[in-house]
Ligand binder design. Structure first.
Ligand code: TRP
Ligand code: SF4
Length: 327
């Protein structure tokens, strides 16, 4: 018996960095132990903003799957698949599109925000406006009970619940209202101190070699007021310390905290300790990654059987939905 059904997805952005790993993947790994879990690569979602540049899409999907598996998502314990392999998501999306007022979509905060942010692209498309509804279909086509997401995704969850209620009200009680599963995890800063993000060019990747990780740490931003080795520093404003908090032992964290404030340690020493913690964490992932990266038949096998399992659930929910409508 499990505690219910969990579903989550990630856009295929290529190799995963520590932010994706600690913010989402580590949580998914825990969930696969206790819930009936579905995790998918949201490749249609990628098209909603990147429809004009798809040359890397296949590689991105593959890299992300390799990272998921290397980091410990276990296809024996959870269902791993690619969104576009399960056409039921699209069918439910079209049914929902018939009952969803356009203003519900226009008032999703990411709609206007992303249009502002990504000014280099034309996001006045039908698909971009509708992608939160596609997300609602992703979730409800499995009647998921829980959806682990970041706080930025809460409006999408709210829309999902509204759509479920509207469907149930118009036709028949088919869809449960899913709940978000928020894990409050500290933000993972990148090497420049801003939020770690592929687009900021400040990320440490699961696929980085030991040497690459050390080079990134070595040149990472520290407390800007700590200029000389003899200057005391303030760990609270230092992004290196934020990473210690996540990856180092309690003992090392204490040592850094004290040593930094009293100028007892230097920043390079401090970064070496962090490097040790990261090496310990990442080495086993790297090992698995190097095995998997050239084993595309294994990865293909995972997503093929994943799609099959996903479709079993999705197609029966679709049957209920069609019947409720009277199709
Ligand atoms: N929109 C999510 C993101 O950008 C990805 C996603 C798509 C998703 N469909 C989902 C997340 C369904 C949870 C459930 O991160
Ligand atoms: Fe940051 Fe460590 Fe240097 Fe203190 S000693 S400023 S915590 S890198």
């Amino acid at each position: 018996m499990t505690k219910g059904r969990v579903l989550s997805g990630m856009r295929p952005s290529g190799k995963l960095h520590l932010g994706n790993f600690s913010g989402a993947l580590e949580n998914w790994k825990r969930l696969q132990e206790e819930y009936e879990s579905f995790f998918f690569v949201a490749d249609w979602h990628a098209l909603s903003t990147d429809y004009a540049k798809t040359a890397n899409l296949r590689d991105y999907i593959y890299q992300m799957l390799v990272d998921w598996l290397s980091a410990g998502l276990n296809p024996e314990k959870c269902t791993i698949f690619i969104q576009s392999h399960v056409p039921e998501h699209a069918e439910l999306h079209i049914l929902f599109s018939m009952i969803t007022p356009i203003p519900w979509l226009e008032r999703v905060p990411t709609y206007k925000e992303q249009q502002q942010e990504l000014k280099d692209r034309d996001l006045s498309t039908y698909g971009f406006l509708g992608y939160p509804l596609l997300q609602a279909a992703d979730i409800l086509v499995y009647k998921a009970d829980f959806v682990p997401v970041g706080i930025d995704q809460l409006p999408h969850l709210e829309l999902t619940r509204e759509v479920a209620r509207r469907f149930n009200f118009l036709y028949k009680e088919v869809f449960p209202e899913p709940q978000p599963l928020l894990t409050d995890f500290p933000k993972i800063p990148g090497t420049d101190g801003r939020k770690m993000s592929k687009s900021y060019n400040n990320a440490i990747y699961l696929a980085d070699t030991r040497e690459e990780v050390w080079e990134k740490l070595r040149t990472m931003v520290t407390d800007p007021k700590r200029i000389r080795r003899t200057d005391p520093g303030d760990p609270e404003v230092c992004p290196v310390f934020s990473l210690h908090r996540v990856y180092s032992s309690q003992e090392i964290i204490q040592q850094v905290d004290g040593g930094c404030r009293t100028a007892g340690i230097g920043c390079i020493e401090c970064k070496k300790w962090l490097n040790n913690a990261l090496t310990e964490k990442l080495d086993p992932i790297r090992d698995k990654r190097s095995q998997l990266i050239n084993n595309s038949s294994m990865v293909k096998g995972v997503v093929e059987s994943g799609a099959k399992k996903a479709r079993e659930v999705a197609s029966s929910v679709l049957e209920e939905a069609r019947a409720a409508i009277g199709l």
